[in-house]
Design a protein. Sequence first.
Lengths: 114, 117
Amino acid sequence: AQSVTQPDIHITVSEGASLELRCNYSYGATPYLFWYVQSPGQGLQLLLKYFSGDTLVQGIKGFEAEFKRSQSSFNLRKPSVHWSDAAEYFCAVIFSGGYNKLIFGAGTRLAVHP
Amino acid sequence: DVKVTQSSRYLVKRTGEKVFLECVQDMDHENMFWYRQDPGLGLRLIYFSYDVKMKEKGDIPEGYSVSREKKERFSLILESASTNQTSMYLCASSSLPTGISSGNEQFFGPGTRLTVL
């Protein structure tokens, strides 16, 4: 079955530290890949997306993600975390064409210590 | 900016009530989606619609129905609310995919937190 795995349910980092959130998906063909962020009480906001081309994708708020086909991964990174980055992060995948059906991971909740 | 609005941020209903959740988007998007979000499960697709009066079941359609009479409005209906439908409900919309570089991004509303007592 098509699935998206975010292995880390909770992550805590210190402000200014680097961050990497993991995402793995099941499927052979190259999917469309997304990272969304949800701040407390808010809807989801798109951080970045990958469809094709350069496997290192830059997004908003200083985030980037790298698509690694061999590992079926699309990990999200930020070199220096700010307190305002505390939120829940969702990896999502469109596995096949038509209707834009997104499959979401379970999410990673990020806490930032001052 | 794309705007997706949902009729209520918080809703409290009783078991057995019929519940309507409304979603409106202002970007003339063809696709609209309803998800529920539960801790540890991420977002799960309930129903989606790719055109007016068209609907498709998602992964967890049981206990729900939808209505799309106008392009900009997509309603989620709980025919007889139950306590296990207490959840956060998120609506989203997107344009049709037109190619590899097209914007298949889904735009989300702020969510409705529904409590069924």
